[in-house]
Design a protein around this ligand. Structure first.
Ligand code: C2E
Ligand code: CA
Ligand code: CA
Length: 780
């Protein structure tokens, strides 16, 4: 017998309970618990669904209104930017003609870039004494914006009139009648107040076909807005007037948004303007956002109340919940998972919306809003950790050309490829975003090992590889400029602004490079703006003068020519070098006028020396921008005729990059110049990428080997090889070669051994003023 059997034998018989009834009891209890729990759970869930749905609506509306507000804020800033650049043009070209304005407006592609722009131009204050002269001007320069016969409107004699001078209209019928006096119109007070306050004046004008948004932006001599009312009145130069179609702006803000309406509103002491767009369902509520400077926008969208009975999905959850609780526990389980899935879906959907709002649609990179937020975080984090972060502002050079020549679709593809390439060159810890257009921002955390400079170099490097956008077309080369701001700032906006300033400097310094922000940079940019202003009167005030650098035959060191080099005697700053002011002249188009002066002065001087018996040649620099115009050929002819200099004594220097810029037209103009009997030299040769075949297409006489190669003779074997190739190239094409920048006898000996024909440089002579040259070198 086993112990188990014994125990069994001694056990008393158990109480008899019916197992079936027990099960039912358990089931009833369970069912009751399930029912109670299920019903109350369903009620709670339904309430939470209703709340979430209401919250979601509210969140969607908040998001929607935030996006609408930032789209419109950006649009308003963009319009102001346009006005500022027009003001810059009008300051640089006072009393610009319509043709001049149109030409400029076309170079910045204003009508294309601003589809909402209906028309724009400058409005000037004309005193009654100036009126006759103005009318003569208006008659001689019929405008595309004003149409009809001249008539002061409203009629009457007033001390001054605010009249339209030059401009552009999208369609001819968007014009104003000639003689329309803005200051005597309904908007007059507001426009004059804008002159005194320095702030823009906005109006809603009903043009019959719907309202138009008109903006008058005051501008002042010197470019900046003076600090006091008196100073503003004294320096007042005019208004840039712009007319926009508000519907296009509002449509852009409404993009892909259904059941939404927006009301854009401007209000200040003197004017009130309001524009509406879109349709909202009944019961929609509005969220108002302040866009600053008097602008507000109200966004209307549907929002449901948080009650279960008002929300269909909450009601459904409740009914199904109760039904399910009554029927089976298993279904409750299913419902539970169903509910979880529904909630997950809701989560995903809001995540998606958030993603769309904060990311760029084309490249999927973080957009401006997200980047601004990330910069704030970057600053806080680095402050806490005692590390130094940085922002890199990246901009493609001449991206506009890609859009212009290959089309916007190719431009978009390029931007996507650029985004991918930039991203690939960064570590995961670094953030990259697209600010719009061809502008990208990279944020570098202080904890990153590589310095911002190294990262910038790496980015420039990866961008140098040509882009293969479409396998049938040629790979596309683009250059990039980068501005870097390093360290702490009060706000993210400050860090970004500094990076942008550095970017501006990188562009001004020749592009395809990076620059690091330093506080004086801002001053340098201001100096540039001041110089730009001062340059306007430099020709008429006789502030330009020429110096002459001798050019020698390397074989026997006889003087063969002099190169005329421009200098600017600034009334306060002293003599300024051309590297500083020629880029400004080129940018403002003034190089045309100054270049003409240089040609005349150089030819007159050389003709005078010839009359004294010195027969050497004169070399004159002509910039790429000058070669964009046919009239430069006339200027050369004129300089020869007026001075009486023999054409065979004049050499025109054109840089290699200038030739490549606009090859077909340039080659036609160079032919016309050659036809005058003048010779052509290619300046800074070797720095561009011309091929032999390319050079043959231009009928040139001399190659001026860039001084960078001369300097590298002593240090780099490649440079020696390159000089040899360039000399060979010259010989193959039957051209003379000249080496620039000779500073040592070592360099000179080497160049002579390589059979370079001529040389120019500090070793032989610095550029000299006319009197010194005449006294020391041109002794007959
Ligand atoms: P560029 O045509 O290459 O002129 C030669 C420049 O090299 C001159 O500078 C000259 O002073 C400098 N140079 C000459 N020998 C040496 C040397 O041995 N070592 C070094 N380091 N430099 C040497 P500059 O006068 O400052 O002119 C700079 C540039 O400004 C010129 O470069 C030219 O591109 C432009 N430029 C000057 N005058 C005119 C002008 O009248 N019209 C136009 N469009 N451009 C001008
Ligand atoms: Ca030159
Ligand atoms: Ca040169």
């Amino acid at each position: 017998m086993s112990i188990g059997d014994e125990v069994a034998l001694h056990r008393s018989p158990p109480e008899r309970v019916d197992p079936k009834r027990n099960h039912i009891w358990v089931a009833v209890v369970l069912a009751t618990v399930l029912l109670a729990g299920g019903v109350s759970g369903s009620v709670l869930t339904a309430q939470s669904v209703a709340r979430r749905s209401s919250e979601r609506h509210q969140a969607a509306l908040a998001l929607s209104s935030a996006e609408v507000a930032s789209t419109l804020r950006l649009a308003i800033e963009r319009e102001e930017d346009l006005a500022v650049s027009a003001a810059g043009f009008f300051l640089g070209t006072p009393f610009a003609t319509n043709d001049q304005f149109l030409a400029w407006a076309n170079t910045i592609r204003a009508m294309e870039r601003y589809p909402e722009l209906l028309g724009w131009g400058d409005v000037l204050m004309i005193t009654s004494a100036q009126l006759q002269a103005y009318m003569a001007l208006a008659a001689a320069d019929p405008s595309s914006v004003v149409s009809g016969t001249f008539e002061i409107t409203p009629p009457g004699e007033r001390p001054f009139y605010c009249l339209f001078v030059a401009g552009q209209a999208r369609t001819p019928d968007t014009g104003v009648p000639p003689g329309f006096d803005y200051c005597a119109s309904a908007a007059g007070l507001s426009i004059l107040a804008a002159r005194d306050s320095g702030l823009s004046s906005y109006q809603s004008v009903d043009a019959g076909t719907g309202s138009t948004l008109t903006v008058q932006v005051p501008f002042y001599t010197g470019g900046a807005t003076p600090p006091t009312v008196e100073a503003r009145q004294a320096a007042f130069a005019g208004w840039v007037g712009l007319a926009f179609d508000p519907n296009i702006l509002l449509e852009r803000a409404l993009k892909d948004r259904t059941d939404t309406a927006i009301v854009l509103h401007f209000h200040d002491a003197l004017s009130d303007a309001q524009f509406n767009r879109g349709a909202a369902p009944t019961g929609a509520i509005g969220v108002t956002k302040d866009l600053q400077n008097g602008w507000t926008v109200e966004t209307f969208g549907a929002v449901t109340s948080a009650g279960v009975l008002h929300d269909r999905s909450a009601l459904t959850v409740l009914l199904i919940g109760i039904a399910a609780s009554i029927i089976l526990a298993a279904l409750v389980l299913v419902l539970g998972t169903g509910r979880a899935a529904a909630l997950r879906l809701v989560g995903e959907r809001t995540g998606e919306l958030r993603h769309q709002a904060l990311h760029d649609a084309l490249t999927a990179l973080p957009n401006r809003f997200l980047i601004m937020d990330r910069i704030e975080q970057l600053l806080v984090r680095n402050r806490r950790n005692g590390t130094t972060g940085a922002a890199l502002y990246i901009d493609l050079d001449d991206f506009k050309n890609v859009n212009d020549t290959l089309g916007h679709e190719a431009g978009d593809r390029l931007l996507m490829a650029v985004a991918a390439r930039l991203t690939s060159a960064l570590r995961d810890a670094d953030t990259i975003g697209r600010m719009g257009g061809d502008e990208f921002v990279v944020l570098i955390d202080g904890a990153t090992v590589a310095t911002p400079e190294l990262i910038a170099e790496r980015l420039l490097d990866v961008m140098h590889q040509p882009f293969d956008l479409d396998h049938t077309s040629m790979p596309l080369s683009v250059n990039t400029s980068i501005g870097i701001a390093i360290g702490d700032r009060d706000t993210g906006g400050d860090l970004l602004r500094d990076a942008d300033v550095a970017l501006y400097q990188a562009k001004a310094a020749g592009k395809n490079r990076y620059e690091i922000f330093y506080p004086e940079m801002q001053t340098e940019i201001s100096r540039r703006i001041e110089l730009q202003f001062d340059l306007r009167s430099a020709v008429e005030s006789n502030q330009f003068f020429l110096v002459y650098q001798p050019i020698y035959n390397l074989e026997d060191l006889t003087l063969v020519a002099v190169e005329a080099l421009l200098r600017w005697r600034h009334p306060l700053a002293g003599v300024i070098e051309p590297d500083e002011f020629i880029p400004i002249l080129e940018q403002t188009g003034q190089i045309q006028e100054v270049g003409r002066w240089v040609l005349n002065a150089a030819c007159m001087q050389m003709a005078a020396w010839h009359a004294k018996g010195d027969v050497v040649d004169i070399s004159v620099n002509v910039s790429a921008r000058q070669l964009d115009h046919d009239e430069t050929v006339d200027h050369i002819r004129e300089a020869l005729e007026v001075s009486g200099l023999l054409p065979s004594s004049l050499i025109i220097e054109v840089t290699e990059t200038a030739l490549m810029r606009n090859a077909v037209e340039t080659s036609v103009r160079l032919k016309a110049i050659k036809a005058l009997g003048v010779r052509i030299a290619i300046d800074d040769f070797g720095t561009g990428y011309s091929s032999l075949a390319y050079l043959q297409q231009f009928d040139v006489d001399c190659l001026k080997i860039d001084r960078a190669f001369t300097h590298a003779i002593s240090t780099s074997p490649e440079s020696k090889a390159l000089i040899r190739t360039l000399v060979q190239l010259g010989r193959d094409l039957g051209l003379r070669t000249l080496a620039e920048g000779v500073e040592t006898t070592g360099e000179m000996d080497h160049l002579r051994n390589e059979r370079v024909d001529e040389a120019q440089g500090f070793l032989l002579s610095r550029p000299l003023d006319a009197a010194t040259l005449e006294a020391q070198i041109l002794v007959p």
